[in-house]
Design a protein around this ligand. Structure first.
Ligand code: DQA
Length: 150
């Protein structure tokens, strides 16, 4: 158990409203559905998955500081903070594990203010526009990376 790898999944503001929030953009699945799928995929690969959502920038930063180093990888959808938060970028810079940025919608196809990600320059990679599937792909990628580094 002690050697079990773990992945931290961080969801930013308003993602707790998935399912009812602009379903034409974000789909009908809820955050609970997404988390369950990620946890199930983790279990199949003997990886513990911890999911966290907050509407508060400071809480996300606290979580990254407290949990980042204790995990083997991070999946983060900072939602609207993607486009504004140098503080989340700085927090991510302090953790030396693979980080994948996920967006449900294609941020580059939307309003110009969504075209900039403050964090894309400090993560391993970004998946954008593939819906909920993007989270699963990020998880598969991390599992591959963590298994290679076993
Ligand atoms: C989002 C895209 C952001 O621009 C937006 O503010 C979100 C969700 C996405 O997953 O597509 O809340 O990160």
């Amino acid at each position: 158990m002690t050697n079990m790898k773990s992945i931290l999944v961080i969801h930013g503001p308003n993602l707790n409203k998935l399912g009812t929030r602009e379903p034409e953009i974000y789909g009908k699945e809820t955050l609970v559905d997404i988390n369950e799928k990620l946890i199930t995929l983790g279990k199949k690969n003997n990886i513990d998955v911890q999911c966290f959502q907050s509407n508060h920038e400071g809480e996300i930063i606290d979580k990254i500081q407290a949990m980042g180093q204790k995990n083997s990888g991070v999946i983060i959808n900072p939602a609207a903070f993607t486009h504004t938060s140098i503080a989340i970028r700085d927090a991510l810079l302090m953790i030396d594990i693979p980080i994948i940025e996920v967006h449900i919608s294609n941020i580059y196809k939307r309003e110009p203010f969504r075209h900039t990600s403050m964090i894309s320059g400090v993560v391993l990679g970004q998946i954008t526009g593939l819906g909920i599937q993007g989270y699963m792909m990020a998880m598969e990628a991390l599992i591959g990376i963590l298994t290679e580094n076993k």
